[in-house]
Design a protein. Structure first.
Length: 94
């Protein structure tokens, strides 16, 4: 039943083909993008929750970019969108 459902799912077949193509090309260390990760999610609510986490969950890059005192730790999620926007602007200018 699972195999039949997988075979009938065109979106799944497309994602699997893309993954196989990357592996065949030797891109074993490829890190998936947020768009790639969300493509595997079936429900819109799951994709929306994932997008929110991607936009607001601070990463090591935010912690390293700005050192905040402990009392200001709740502000790290606000730094993520600002840092991402700044990085994108720098990338576009090149």
């Amino acid at each position: 039943a699972v195999a039949a459902a997988c075979a009938a799912d065109a979106a799944l077949a497309s994602l699997v083909a893309a993954a196989r193509a990357r592996w065949s090309a030797g891109a074993l260390a490829w890190r998936p993008t947020a768009a790639w990760d969300s493509a595997w999610m079936e429900r819109t609510a799951d994709r929306a929750a994932y997008a929110w986490r991607v936009l607001t969950d601070p990463t090591l890059q935010e912690w390293e970019a700005v050192r905040l005192p402990d009392v200001l730790l709740p502000f790290y999620p606000a730094l993520r969108p600002a840092r991402r926007l700044w990085a994108e602007l720098r990338r576009v200018r090149r």
